[in-house]
Design a protein around this ligand. Structure first.
Ligand code: OGA
Ligand code: MN
Length: 282
């Protein structure tokens, strides 16, 4: 029997009683999809998943994304890790990673990511998830309104786990700062420490100060769930409803996780959705 447990009041749902290596029923998939929309992150402990089983599970929720960057470009999975497995070198091998949304420097960031833990260090290397819906709701109302009209430039150097200072060579894309969740329509604050560059049209100083304020508000512990990994964990995150980060760990210890992602689409500004709703109701 499937049971759901909230991990924090704002983000994360632990699902127990499911063996993800066997096929799920339509009802189970629908229930998981609803829980995912509500909680942003689903956590399944004690799984034993081949690559095929992980793919089959992920495909219940949408088409898989082929990795676009790094040595694994074109593949449906990567190892996030600091060792080589079956001849495949791990990516993002070392250290802390600042908060980010996967691929938000591209026009269509991944819709979701699935990370399956194979080997984990004895301490650290935790993954933190921050609710972008909750972060937006927690802002003062005047600020909520003000930022609806802003767009944010994201830049990134693939593989970097820290923010470069100064100009970044690499992919870049402008998204609305506040988007509508593709399913629930809720406003989500899309800004993050690793990839947010600047707010389009604002003077540099004002842009820097606003981004710093938003990040400070977003990363408050009450918006965050921190996952302490065990081998056999599968964690699925909605890559828009949450941003994620990783804590540091001892590079002398092995860490290997297998990641898959769902394809995403262009992000829709919340201001556009809100305008529709208003004119519809006239
Ligand atoms: C990722 C990622 C965090 C981690 O795979 O996209 O950010 O904990 N991983 O390794
Ligand atoms: Mn990531």
């Amino acid at each position: 029997m499937m049971t759901l447990r909230e991990l924090t009041p704002s983000v994360g749902v632990e699902v127990s009683g499911l063996d993800l290596s066997s096929a799920l029923t339509t009802d189970e998939i629908a229930l998981l999809a609803r829980a995912w929309d509500a909680g942003g992150v689903l956590v399944f402990r004690g799984q034993s998943l081949t690559l095929d089983a992980q793919s089959a599970f992920a495909c219940n929720f949408g088409p898989l994304l082929r990795t676009r960057a790094g040595s694994r470009a074109g593949s449906e999975f990567i190892y996030v890790g600091n060792v080589t497995v079956d001849g495949i070198a791990g990516e993002f091998p070392a250290g802390e990673m600042l908060f980010h949304h996967d691929g938000c420097y591209a026009p269509d960031p991944a819709r979701a990511s699935f990370l399956y833990a194979i080997e984990v260090p004895s301490q650290g290397g935790n993954t933190k998830f921050c609710s972008t819906a909750r972060a937006y709701r927690a802002l003062p109302e005047a600020l909520q309104r003000e930022i609806l009209s802003y767009d944010l430039l994201f830049t990134h150097q693939y593989g970097a786990v820290e923010r470069a200072s100064g100009h970044v060579e690499g992919p870049r894309y402008v998204h609305p700062l506040v988007i509508a969740h593709p399913i629930t329509g809720a406003p989500l604050l899309i800004c993050n420490r690793l990839m947010a560059d600047s707010i389009v049209g604002l003077p540099a100083v004002q842009s820097r100060v606003l981004i710093a304020d938003l990040l400070h508000e977003m990363e408050r512990p009450e918006h965050v769930y921190e996952h302490v990994w065990q081998p056999g964990d599968l964690v699925a995150w909605d890559n828009l409803a949450v941003q994620h980060a990783r804590t540091d760990f001892d590079p002398g210890e092995r860490r290997v996780l297998r990641r898959q992602q769902l394809a995403g689409t262009t992000l829709v500004a919340y201001r556009d959705v809100a305008r529709h709703t208003r004119s519809d109701s006239i």
